[in-house]
Design a protein around this ligand. Structure first.
Ligand SMILES: Nc1ncnc2c1ncn2[C@@H]1O[C@H](COP(=O)(O)OP(=O)(O)OP(=O)(O)O)[C@@H](O)[C@H]1O
Length: 576
């Protein structure tokens, strides 16, 4: 087509778009044209030459962009190795659109310079009209400005694909642009290039965050657990006071979406508490260290979205190094839930001391499970004896607990019998449902605990016992004391430390618990869940807590096809 006709057609199309007539151009192109006309007052009929800044001005720009240059250089070289055979030129511009670094084929140096694909060229929208760098800076988005997308006819032979580079504090600091002097006429020919440039910038931003926030926690995040370690979607750094100290642009967009905000109008996240965007206690981040399974890596955003995290500890972390060693048995009772982590921390401090422990929590939350873990965590082992105070028949409870002397009552064994308390000697006595113990027996138990000796039924001499008592109740013992149903003196004797076990529905590590129970229910071939099935399990209320989860997964095991548990394999009440 005749050049004049092409030029007139191009100008007409811009005028049509400005007057609101339909166009097949991408919206970001039209928006840029409108900015050129309305904000920058550019004339589509004017053909501007590429503007190259004088050496002194360029030097100033390069000095100011020193950080950006060192951040991006490695990424640029890597990218250039991959695209140079296809004729691409790489430009790195600062936030004003000035090219502060450039890699291109020296053989076509003159042509590149003439086209403005050169060090020192200025590609702001106000100066060059719609172009890759300018539109990218103005919109903050990665995009391609292909041939006649350009506002100025002087640039229409070019195809420019650009992605914005954001600083760890959220500010847009530059643009990485790959351009072609000559390209196929179809814009979609550049679709893959756009993805390559975006992924290069993602890695540049990640490397920058990891380098500049070495003394903070770094969390690399992905929507799936695959590729998490090698190519995360985004990353955030968290300072020791629990505030966000830096993030990649992908994390900025993710966090804004989590809060239901527009990422463009959102001021920033640096300095904000980590827990503003994560439904996850900052103190639990160490739990994610070394997590390998998706269940262990999962964490919930404040809008309920599940992300997978790969965590790097602060390089000079005083707090982690000085933490008391956590017994293995206690690390296994949770998968990163905040309350459980605090519980394990508290338990670790008292586990080898002679302090009674009360475990409180709804039915099925794992009180006995935790009691056993507390026992295993002790240096001094001995036996673990569990007594369900609600299940013992009242007539037998006394002899069961305290034992009986030989021939002490009709029907008693001639040799007598050691009571459960004595059997626990040297170990842990777990008194489950202690709130249901009859008042008369509470008085005798108190004596055992106070005097550290047990008097069997019908015996004349007490036997010394050394037991550590862990009691559990799904009822609030203090309330029972206030109601006169539980002895206050016994309560104070048992009540060394109260550990409150959260209900399953409140736990942030639900996904981990599900995987744990899946392993228990089917040890040889642990159950795998489809995304939908896992979401349904995570969203359910679990009134029966972990015990109900066990029953549910047993049903799944019976119903599923042996490969993946799908929604229809779940019991009806879970599906609501
Ligand atoms: N983290 C866990 N991983 C796997 N199984 C668990 C876990 N925690 C608890 N369980 C299992 O859940 C079931 C219920 O736990 P447990 O009996 O300890 O609860 P509880 O709070 O003592 O119940 P109750 O109030 O009825 O006495 C048990 O089979 C236990 O082994």
């Amino acid at each position: 087509m005749n050049q004049t006709i092409v030029f007139e057609k191009h100008v007409q199309e811009i005028v049509d778009a400005a007057e609101g007539r339909a166009t097949e151009r991408d919206p970001e192109v039209v928006q840029s044209w409108l900015r050129c006309l309305n904000d920058h007052e550019l004339d589509p009929e004017h053909r501007g030459e590429a503007r190259i800044l004088p050496e002194t001005t360029l030097r100033q720009h390069r000095q100011e962009a020193e950080d950006l240059l060192s951040i991006a250089r490695f990424g640029m070289e890597d990218l250039y190795r991959r695209v140079n055979s296809m004729g691409y030129v790489l430009l790195l511009t600062d936030a004003k659109g000035v090219t502060v670094d450039f890699i291109g084929d020296e053989k076509v140096d003159r042509e590149l310079k003439r086209a403005g694909l050169y060090i020192g060229s200025e590609w702001s929208e106000a100066n060059a009209g719609t172009c890759g760098v300018g539109a990218c800076l103005a919109s903050g988005e990665a995009l391609t400005i292909h041939q006649t997308d350009h506002f100025d006819m002087a640039h229409t032979p070019l195809s420019c694909t650009a992605a914005p580079i954001y600083h760890v504090d959220g500010a847009l600091i530059g643009v990485l642009d790959v351009s072609l002097l000559m390209s196929p006429s179809e814009k979609y020919s550049q679709a893959l290039t756009l993805e390559v440039v975006k992924s290069c910038v993602r890695r540049i931003e990640l490397a920058n965050l990891m380098n500049s926030r070495k003394s903070d926690w770094i969390m690399r995040l992905n929507t799936t657990s695959e590729f998490l370690g090698v190519d995360p979607n985004c990353a955030v750094s968290v300072a020791s006071d629990g505030t966000i100290s830096g993030l990649t642009h992908g994390a900025h967009r993710l966090f804004a979406k989590t809060l239901g905000q527009n990422w463009k109008t959102r001021q920033g996240f640096v300095g904000k508490p980590f827990e503003d965007v994560f439904d996850f206690d900052f103190n639990d981040i160490p739990r994610l260290l070394g997590a390998e399974t998706p269940g262990e890596q999962a964490l919930e955003m404040s809008d309920g979205q599940i992300m997978f995290a790969d965590v790097r500890a602060p390089v000079k972390s005083v707090s982690v190094a000085s933490k008391p060693a956590m017994p293995d048995a206690l690390t296994r009772i949770h998968g990163g839930d905040g309350k459980m982590l605090a519980l394990a921390g508290k338990a670790a401090r008292i586990v080898d001391k002679h302090i009674s422990i009360i475990l409180e929590g709804e039915t099925g939350v794992g009180k006995e499970f935790v009691a056993k873990a507390l026992h295993k965590a002790r240096k001094k082992k001995g036996p673990f004896v569990a007594i369900n105070c609600a299940a013992l028949p009242e007539a037998l409870i006394e002899s069961e607990l305290f034992g009986y002397a030989p021939n002490s009552f009709t029907g008693a064994h001639a040799k007598g019998k050691k009571g459960l308390i004595e059997q626990a000697n040297g170990g842990t006595l777990f008194l489950d449902e202690i709130g249901d113990m009859p008042l008369a027996l509470q008085a005798r138990l108190l004596r055992v605990l106070a005097e550290k000796e047990v008097m069997a039924v019908g015996a004349t001499k007490p036997v010394p016992v050394d037991v550590r008592v862990v009691s559990a109740s799904h009822r609030n013992l203090k309330a029972l004391v206030d109601a006169g149903q539980f002895r206050q003196d016994l309560f104070y004797r048992l009540n060394g430390v109260v550990l409150q076990i959260p209900a399953l529905r409140e736990r942030q590590d639900k996904s981990w618990v599900i995987d744990q129970v899946a392993r228990v229910v089917s040890p040889d071939a642990p159950l795998h869940f489809s995304k939908e099935a896992r979401q349904a399990l995570l969203g359910y209320d679990w009134p029966g807590n972990i015990r109900e989860l066990i029953t549910t997964l047993e049903v799944c095991l019976a119903l599923y096809d042996g490969d993946t548990v799908e929604l229809p394999d779940l019991p009806e009440q879970i599906l609501g």
